[in-house]
Design a protein around this ligand. Structure first.
Ligand SMILES: Nc1ncnc2c1ncn2[C@@H]1O[C@H](COP(=O)(O)OP(=O)(O)OP(=O)(O)O)[C@@H](O)[C@H]1O
Ligand SMILES: [Mg+2]
Ligand SMILES: [Zn+2]
Length: 453
């Protein structure tokens, strides 16, 4: 009879230690080590290895049923797009997000939508059936044929979903509440989370259904539990939003079956989440043309163009080292652009406080926003509004040159759709873009200095 094994596991990184200590020497976290006990399953392991079917071939063997590899469309287009154009059968998706952001709402809407064409299960370890029904009523999906359950016992769940035929999607809300019988430590500990995830992954691969795990996010904004969780699953999505806005953004940060720079935009309302098909309209809703210090950036989020307003404020500073604050944009990049404006364009920001903000609370990571940031700064310091109905995109180099960025054509088209008439961008456009003939009047720039003039 094998003994129950005691071990000390860091709840931050999942590292194992032979004894307790105040600080994890793997990741350096303090007070993160917790004693956990694991019942070893040695007999089972020997049996499995003995059975002699360990290796297989790359070709589909006769013994296993070939998986249907066509992607599953849930019917919620924003969600499907973020997943890389639908869900891949047998894959496991982790959805993380702050408490109360709307993870359960989103996933209930997803299963309700898919349940029209396939069997779906929604298992909640956090809410009772009555609470789930209440939400379903509010979202007007209470007629959907979803297999609902409220349970935290992983082994029960696995047996139950194994019996569902034509099962396509299983939601586990949340992975931190699940308890595997093999592990004696409390729910939400690294060992439990890891073991439960492993079993659910095995179930997804075997049965060919998609498993979506809801994961809690810690104060620091990373998924609670070990980072190993992110390595184990195929896709990691974050559901995020600003407290003061009712839109929500689903972002993919890892995807074994698709691009990771894709976002889906939703608006949270009384009746749940509605898809925002044209996010630019949402983000430009409060834009005013005649104000100095703002410029419209024609950006890309994944495969979709999106227009955003960049606001800059330049004010006299009474501090020894003036403030440089950027919200939604990298502050190092802001410093670089300020330096280029000073050194190459003769503008002086020396004794000024500078605030930069991406309106709507979105974060921009694209260097293509450089030109729009520069335009907003120039407009702010000169106290002149930028030319009306104009958009900006282009990367700025240290010599003050404006560099071309990809997808110019898509950016032009999006701007055209929203009634913009002028575009400022790099002069060395690709052939395809140079052939663009639309409503937009293009002002090609070689150097940033031309924009200042
Ligand atoms: N009656 C209601 N009317 C309008 N909006 C509501 C109502 N009830 C809840 N909401 C919205 O739904 C959000 C909660 O959604 P949901 O329970 O799906 O979040 P969650 O991410 O699953 O949270 P948790 O981490 O607690 O599980 C609330 O923050 C609120 O915005
Ligand atoms: Mg929830
Ligand atoms: Zn650690």
């Amino acid at each position: 009879m094998a003994k129950t094994q005691q071990q000390f596991v860091c709840q931050e990184c999942g590292g194992w230690h032979s004894k307790w200590s105040g600080r994890c020497d793997t990741c350096g976290a303090w007070n993160s080590i917790v004693e956990e006990s694991i019942a070893p399953k040695q007999t089972a392991r020997h049996k499995r290895i003995d059975s002699g079917n360990f290796f297989s071939t790359l070709e589909t063997s006769e013994t296993e049923a070939p998986l249907d590899h066509s992607r599953i469309l849930t019917g919620i287009a924003e969600f499907d797009r973020v997943c890389g154009g639908g869900l891949v059968p047998g894959s496991v998706i982790l959805v993380g997000g702050d408490p109360g952001i709307g993870k359960s709402t989103l996933l209930l809407q997803v299963v309700a939508s898919l349940s029209q064409s396939a069997a779906c299960a929604y298992i909640s370890g956090e809410e009772a059936l009555s609470q789930l029904r209440l939400r379903a009523e509010r979202l007007k999906v209470n007629k959907a044929a979803v297999h609902m359950a409220s349970s935290t016992q992983l082994q029960d769940i696995l047996v139950a979903i194994d019996k569902l035929s034509n099962l396509k999607l299983t939601i586990i809300d949340s992975i931190q509440t699940m308890i595997s019988e093999d592990i004696t430590s409390a729910a939400g500990t690294v060992s439990q989370v890891r073991a439960c995830t492993q079993e659910l992954i095995a179930s997804a691969k075997k049965q060919g259904h998609v498993v979506i795990l809801v994961g809690h996010v810690t104060k620091e904004g990373v998924l609670a539990g070990p980072r190993v969780l992110e390595h184990m699953v195929d896709t990691v999505l974050y559901f995020e939003g600003e407290r003061n806005y009712d839109y929500r953004i689903l972002r993919s940060v890892k995807n074994r079956f698709g691009a990771t720079d894709e976002i889906g935009v939703f608006a949270m309302g009384n009746q749940g989440l509605t898809e925002v098909r044209n996010p630019s309209e949402l983000f430009l809703a409060n834009h005013q043309n005649e104000v100095s210090g703002t410029a419209i950036f024609a950006g890309m989020e994944g495969t979709r163009p999106i227009l955003l307003e960049i606001q800059a404020l330049v004010a006299p500073s009474y501090l020894a080292s003036p403030r440089r604050t950027a919200v939604g944009w990298d502050s190092n990049r802001l410093s670089m652009i300020l330096a280029v404006l000073e050194a190459r364009c003769g503008l002086s920001f020396g004794n000024k406080d500078i605030y930069l903000n991406v309106a709507g609370g979105l974060k921009i990571t694209e260097p293509a926003a450089d030109l729009a940031v520069a335009a907003a700064l120039i407009s702010a310091i000169k106290n002149q509004p930028v030319p009306p109905s104009s958009i900006y995109f282009g990367e700025i180099g240290l010599t003050g040159e404006v560099r071309p960025v990809s997808h110019s054509e898509l950016r032009f088209k999006e701007a055209e759709k929203l009634g913009f008439t002028q575009a400022f961008c790099a002069s060395s456009l690709s052939k395809k873009t140079a052939a663009y003939k639309g409503q937009i009047n293009i002002h090609p720039l070689k150097y940033l200095l031309e924009l200042v003039r």
